[in-house]
Design a protein around this ligand. Structure first.
Ligand code: VG1
Ligand code: CO
Length: 542
């Protein structure tokens, strides 16, 4: 029987870059998760009798919210929910399952690379029928609804056993527990030349994949070890844990430092990679080299034709604005369109659906293609493996050859985390106000050509998204970008993105931090950001 439960609105349920993310104690408040889920359902129409996919990255509190979501889906009129066994579905796998089974949409329970545990982060994101994150028109409608909600619908049934594949009935709705890995692994087999990669491993190619005790463990073990024959031990930290073993499941040079040390040390493996909490990010390393995500995007685009799925070429390439322009140079050479979108995968969905782009990427270690509508960590790893199998060259040589051909976009991102929210907002609005006066100014020998606030007009639905980062451009094509993070859960995170293009073939092997330091100094001199936010050094440098 459907129950109508009275509730009162919370004022802080605006979805950020990728869904609603809060600390677990916030989500555990009375009706907090229920309010958000009901607001999602109330903002949609036409789902009666349809299918909803529910999955998550296995973090703390997933099990609790999944049960709530199942009951609420039944009460709201869905005919069927598909749930990954154990409540597990990586974000790209959830996207694929939504598409494959023609679902109306899906709820993904994750806070991605943020830590998990009773006092750490949790999140809920709604994806639409194309498998991608809901566009802003929907997330804004959901937020508006959360401010007015007075009741939610649920049913009074016992918890579902999520551990067994099979179907159960909850009132009029069928709950199907599905294998979270099988459909995704099969999709990867269709995209890539598994025979070539199998031969690569058989020939002694050595690799480490760190699943960081997050969702990709079972996927990587099935695909790399079982289907591709990589030796046991290739996948490390492969068991998903609710608290990720106490670590940040963030595949960057801070939280996956050991992989960097491994590829730089003696007896380095040929290749090393990692993914994040929900499996949509990737870290790529080869013996002697860390491949910056912006470069990885460009390299994947330039070499994608070596994999069966992309043999026919690319329709176009899209990157988020803060991502380096390395991919644009590849698009130019290929003679295909290049798009620059705001941060967050939701902006790629329309371009992919319209067939305007095939490969997309972000500087935050996200790359993906038109095979799903999320970024996809293991996809990037497998495309790299496919390329390595065909080219039979070390990662280092492939990257160096790319730079010789295209020039190098030196790139870094400096994150200032846990900044006082008022100070961060004050700095950003002050800078915004002074943007026009920056043109023509000079600092540290660098001349500002122009500065602006990035806005995006979606070429497919004509929607306008403003305030997506403050950009300062310098003579010679260098730039710095200031942007407030939309995924943090405490205080504000300011991201400073820095880029400089170098075409001199004798200047391609500089240290990025050293070569970009003058730009960072100029940015500080022009904007006074360090004093404004009370910080001298960044918390994370990638
Ligand atoms: C960050 C990244 C962005 C990414 C988003 C979600 O957002 O910068 O590129 O799309 O996380 O990724 P923000 O607003 O904090 O900069 V994930 O793997 O957290 O779903
Ligand atoms: Co993620």
């Amino acid at each position: 029987m459907i129950q109508q439960i009275a509730t009162r609105p919370y004022s802080d349920q605006r979805p950020g870059t990728s869904g609603l993310r809060k600390k677990v104690p916030v989500f555990a408040q009375e009706n907090y998760a229920e309010n958000f889920i009901q607001s999602v359902f109330d903002s949609l129409s036409g789902f009666a009798g349809k299918t909803l996919v529910i999955g998550g990255d296995g973090r703390y509190y997933n099990d609790v919210v999944i049960q709530k979501a199942i009951r609420m889906a039944a009460a709201n009129g869905f005919a069927r929910v598909l749930v990954g066994r154990g409540g597990i579905l990586s974000t790209p796998a959830a996207s694929h399952v939504i598409r494959k089974y023609g679902a109306f949409g899906g709820l993904i329970l994750s806070a991605s690379h943020n830590p998990g545990g009773p006092n750490e982060d949790f999140g809920i994101k709604y994806n639409i029928s194309n498998g991608g994150p809901a566009p802003e028109s929907i997330t804004e409608a959901v937020f508006a609804r959360t401010g007015k909600i007075e009741r939610y619908l649920t049913v009074d049934t016992p918890d579902i056993d999520l551990g067994m594949i099979g179907a159960t009935q909850v009132e009029d709705m069928t709950v199907e527990i599905i294998d979270p890995v099988a459909d995704y692994a099969t999709l990867m087999e269709e995209l890539f030349d598994f025979d070539a990669i199998r031969a690569l491993f058989a020939g002694g190619f050595s690799m480490v994949f760190d699943a960081m005790h997050a969702v990709t463990g079972p996927y990587a073990t099935e695909i790399l070890v079982r289907r591709l024959g990589a030796p046991e031990g290739t996948v490390i930290n492969g068991a998903p844990l609710p608290d990720f073993g106490g670590h940040h499941p963030d595949p960057n040079l801070v939280h996956a430092r050991h992989l960097y040390d491994a590829v730089m040390g003696p007896d380095a493996p040929d290749f090393a990679a990692a993914s994040d909490g929900d499996g949509d990010r990737n870290l790529i390393l080869g013996r002697g080299i860390f491949v910056t995500p912006s470069d990885s995007l460009a390299l994947l685009a330039a070499n994608a034709h070596l994999a069966p799925a992309y043999r026919g070429g690319l329709a176009g390439i899209a990157r988020s604005m803060p991502t380096s322009a390395a991919a644009d140079r590849v698009a130019e050479k290929l003679g295909v369109a290049a798009f620059e979108t705001p941060t967050g995968w939701k902006f790629f969905g329309n371009l992919l659906d319209a067939g305007k782009v095939t490969i997309c990427g972000e500087e935050s270690a996200g790359t993906g293609s038109d095979h799903v509508r999320e970024k996809d960590g293991l996809w990037a790893v497998l495309l790299w493996l496919n390329i390595l199998a065909v080219r039979s060259e070390p990662v280092l040589d492939i990257v160096n050859a790319h730079w010789r051909e295209y020039g190098r976009n030196y790139y870094t991102r400096h994150d200032y985390e846990g900044v006082d929210s008022a100070a961060a907002a004050g700095f950003m609005s002050g800078l915004q106000a002074s943007l026009e006066s920056l043109g023509g100014r000079q600092s540290n020998g660098l001349v500002v050509t122009r500065a602006d606030s990035f806005a995006y007009r979606d070429p497919v639905d004509d929607s306008l998204t403003e305030n997506q980062g403050l950009r300062i451009f310098f003579e010679g094509g260098s730039r710095v970008v200031f942007r407030l993070s939309g995924t943090g859960t405490s205080g504000a995170t300011i991201r400073l993105y820095v880029e400089r293009y170098e075409s001199d073939p004798h200047a391609l092997d500089q240290d990025p931090q050293a070569t970009l330091a003058p730009l960072i100094e100029a940015a500080n001199a022009l904007t006074g950001f360090k004093a404004a936010i009370g910080r001298e050094t960044p918390d994370v440098v990638t």
